[in-house]
Design a binder for this molecule. Structure first.
Ligand code: G3P
Ligand code: MG
Length: 243
C-alpha cells in the first residue's frame, strides 16, 4: 500500500512544518506532500493557505510578507503548545531535510489568485538546483496546469502530476500535452470508470485526502496507486490491496 503524508504527518504535528516532516519520517512514510508558494521577496516557502492567519500567530497574505517577516511567526502554537517555536520552512530547508532522510517529496505548486506561476516556477527551479536535489525523489503537482507546463520546460526530468478535484472530460488531451506522470484527484469524486481509463492510459493515480481508510477500500480495487492522507498511520493494519 502506497501512502503520502499530506503536509507532513499533519494529524500529529502542525502541517507543513519540519516537525510534521520529522513525524512522517519516524512513521516511515515514503512520500511527503508539501505546498509551496513565494514570499514577498521571492523565496519559496512551505505553507498551504494564501494567508498566514490559520496556521501561524500572524496575519496577512503570504505573498505580502517577506521571508524575514514570515520566519518570525510561530507556526506550531495553533496546533499544540508542544510545537511552540516551529517556523514556516523554506523549500530549501525542506529539500535538505528530504535529502538527509531519503524521503520523497511531492511539491505542490500553489498559485493563489494574483500569484505569478512563472515567478514561482523559476524560484523553485533555482532552489532545487542549489540544493542539488535528486530528480527521482521529487514529483511536482498543481491544480494550475500552467505551472506544470512551465516545469515541463524548466525541469523536464522531474515528474508532473495534475491535480483535479474531479477528473474533467478533456483530461486525456491535457495529460498528453503535459506528458504527465500522475493524476491526483479528490477520492470523493472518483468513480470506477474514470479510475480504469486513467490506469489503462498508463498514469499513476493518486487520491487526496481520505482520512478514513474504510472510505477508499473500493478505490484500491479500482487501481488507485496511492492515498495522500493526514493519517497514514491509520492505514497500517488495513487489509487493502498490497503493492
Ligand atoms: O496534493 C493533494 C492535496 O494537497 C491538494 O489539496 O488543498 O490540500 O493542497 P490541498
Ligand atoms: Mg497540497
Amino acid at each position: 500500500m502506497k501512502l503520502t503524508a499530506h503536509r507532513g504527518l499533519s494529524s500529529k504535528a502542525p502541517e507543513n512544518t519540519l516537525a510534521a516532516f520529522e513525524y512522517a519520517v519516524r512513521y516511515g512514510a515514503e512520500w511527503i506532500e508539501i505546498d509551496v508558494q513565494l514570499s514577498q521577496d521571492g523565496v519559496p516557502v512551505v505553507i498551504h493557505d494564501q494567508t498566514v492567519n490559520r496556521c501561524t500567530n500572524g496575519s496577512g497574505n503570504v505573498a505580502a510578507l517577506t521571508l524575514s517577516q514570515l520566519q518570525k511567526l510561530d507556526a506550531g502554537l495553533w496546533f499544540d503548545e508542544q510545537f511552540r517555536d516551529e517556523r514556516i520552512p523554506t523549500l530549501a530547508e525542506t529539500l535538505m531535510f528530504a535529502k538527509r532522510h531519503r524521503v520523497k517529496l511531492n511539491i505542490e505548486l500553489k498559485v493563489h489568485e494574483g500569484d505569478s506561476a512563472e515567478l514561482l516556477c523559476q524560484a523553485v527551479k533555482r532552489v532545487i538546483e542549489d540544493v542539488g536535489a535528486e530528480c527521482d525523489l521529487l514529483l511536482f503537482s498543481s491544480f494550475e496546469t500552467e505551472a506544470l507546463m512551465l516545469m515541463k520546460h524548466l525541469l523536464p526530468d522531474i515528474r508532473r502530476g495534475q491535480l483535479w478535484q474531479k477528473v474533467p472530460g478533456n483530461a486525456r488531451d491535457m495529460l498528453t500535452e503535459l506528458q504527465a506522470f500522475s493524476v491526483h484527484c479528490d477520492y470523493r469524486f472518483l468513480d470506477e470508470a474514470t479510475a480504469k481509463w486513467v490506469k489503462a492510459a498508463g498514469y499513476q493515480l493518486y487520491c487526496y485526502t481520505p482520512n478514513f481508510p474504510e472510505l477508499v477500500e473500493q478505490h484500491w480495487r479500482w487501481g488507485v496507486d496511492m492515498m495522500i492522507t493526514d493519517v497514514p498511520q491509520n492505514y497500517q493494519h488495513e487489509s487493502c490491496v498490497q503493492e
